[in-house]
Design a protein around this ligand. Structure first.
Ligand SMILES: [Zn+2]
Length: 51
């Protein structure tokens, strides 16, 4: 991964499950292990129910 890609990735927030962007829906930040992740409201229920 180049430095340019890394920068683009930080700018564009996407759901870690379906990769929907913040422009396509509401994303919520969450944590798993030591990772900061973003999840959209469509995938959140799946997450809550242990998906
Ligand atoms: Zn999603």
């Amino acid at each position: 991964m180049t430095a340019k890609d890394e920068r683009a990735e930080k700018k564009e927030i996407t759901c870690f499950i379906c990769h929907k962007t913040e422009h396509e829906g509401v994303l919520l930040s969450c944590r798993k292990g030591r990772q900061d992740l973003w999840v959209c409201t469509r995938c959140l229920p799946m997450l809550i129910h242990g998906g």
